[in-house]
Design a protein around this ligand. Structure first.
Ligand SMILES: Cc1cc2nc3c(=O)[nH]c(=O)nc-3n(C[C@H](O)[C@H](O)[C@H](O)COP(=O)(O)O)c2cc1C
Length: 364
């Protein structure tokens, strides 16, 4: 299996399967001199790890990151990157492979079982193997380092829709995001989502979601037209997340519904003599290059395909079968995808930040 690497200068390779002993990421091109602690890494891992509320899978993975290479430990307990490959490892501790015996030959509708078999002729069915979103733990670890590459950047994400229930954007409050099990920025939607997801969970069903990720403090001028546009690469990395079926930048598909007057972000000169945009429909990117405004992207996650309801499918022997997926699954994987989206946005921007530094030398 090839293509497990992304990025040009901040180059991330992830490895490992859901039910192997461990998985992880190797970051080649991580700049030297980035200081971090294991707690820094862990705080992002903890946002993605399972078992944190009744609305996510009850697997019990601690997702403790070990840093195997590429750093010099410091007396104060922190570590500093040395510029050599940084290798991050997360052990798998709560596999229950027997839960997956029934799907060794049967294809779960909506999952990658059929296509992996068609392509490779062999499939690690335990937990979905490489197609399992367990792999996204490695991305979150890499994303924690990517954030350090871009001075002064803040990268955050929030869940903005579950099923048909959308947040009220007028209530957006970033402080709320850390205070509910959904990463919701709108306190009023929380009881609505709780009731709705309780019903979905008890029915053994699942539902999709939309996540918004925002990067503030990204300097104007990064992005590499015409085939390395910043929006293109952000979309590609967000689309690479399991279960993602749509990505928008800024106004996204909404921009097709409005006029040129409404959509174009007008400009003025601010009090400090710098350009100011009067709106941010572009989501912080014009011509594939950052404007200095917040970079805003959204992605849609489909409903978890592993559900308790029996669905029609086929098996590897060409027989028609009915599949009911046992095991512990998220009723809405969109919740745990929030930190994954943040990580992929961080990696895309870090890579472009370094690329810009290499080409133009404008940035420190
Ligand atoms: C954080 C996260 C957790 C996931 N957990 C599950 C799961 O428990 N069961 C499942 O069927 N799919 C889960 N998925 C989605 C599958 O990994 C994904 O649907 C599958 O690999 C097929 O790929 P595709 O949906 O991108 O085509 C999860 C996705 C994410 C982002």
């Amino acid at each position: 299996m090839s293509h497990n690497t992304f990025g040009y200068l901040f180059r991330v390779t992830t490895w490992g399967e859901s039910h192997g002993p461990a998985l992880g990421a190797v970051i080649d091109g991580c700049p030297p001199g980035l200081r971090f602690t294991l707690d820094d890494l862990q705080s992002f891992m903890d946002k993605r790890k399972p078992g944190q509320s009744r609305f996510v899978t009850q697997r019990r993975e601690d997702d403790i990151v070990k840093v195997l290479s590429g750093v010099m430990p410091q007396d104060d307990g922190s570590m500093i990157t040395t510029g050599t490959p940084v290798s991050l490892m997360i052990e798998n501790t709560d596999q229950r492979s027997k839960d997956y015996g029934d799907i060794a030959k049967r294809y779960r509708p909506g999952h990658a079982d059929f296509t992996y078999d068609v392509k490779y002729g062999i499939r690690d069915y335990r937990g979905g193997g490489r197609s399992s979103a367990r792999e996204t733990a490695a991305r979150v670890a890499a994303g924690a380092l990517a954030r350090l590459v871009i001075p002064g950047v803040t990268i955050r994400g929030a869940l903005v829709q579950i099923g048909k229930h959308k947040i009220n954007r007028a209530n957006w409050n970033w402080a709320q995001v850390e205070q509910n099990p959904f990463f919701a920025p709108d306190a009023e939607i929380v009881p609505v989502w709780e009731d709705y997801l309780d019903g979905i969970r008890k029915a053994g069903s699942s539902v999709g979601a939309v996540i918004e990720v925002v990067a503030e403090g990204v300097p104007a001028g990064i992005g590499a037209p015409v085939y390395g546009k910043l929006d293109q690469d952000i979309a590609s990395l967000l689309m690479s997340i399991n279960a993602v079926k749509g990505v928008e930048i800024g106004n996204g598909f909404g921009s097709a519904e409005i006029t040129g007057e409404e959509n174009a972000d007008e400009m003025r000169i601010g009090p400090d003599g710098r350009p100011v945009f009067l709106s941010n429909n572009a989501g912080g990117i014009l011509g594939g290059i950052s404007t200095g405004e917040p970079i805003v992207a959204r992605f849609a996650i489909k409903p978890t395909s592993s559900i308790l309801t029996e669905r029609r499918s086929i098996d590897a022997d060409g027989q028609e079968v009915d599949v009911r997926t046992k095991g512990r699954h998220d009723p809405c994987v969109g919740i745990r995808a929030v930190p994954v989206g943040e990580a992929m946005l961080a990696c895309a921007i870090a890579d472009h930040y370094l690329r810009d530094r290499g080409q133009t030398g404008r940035l420190k």
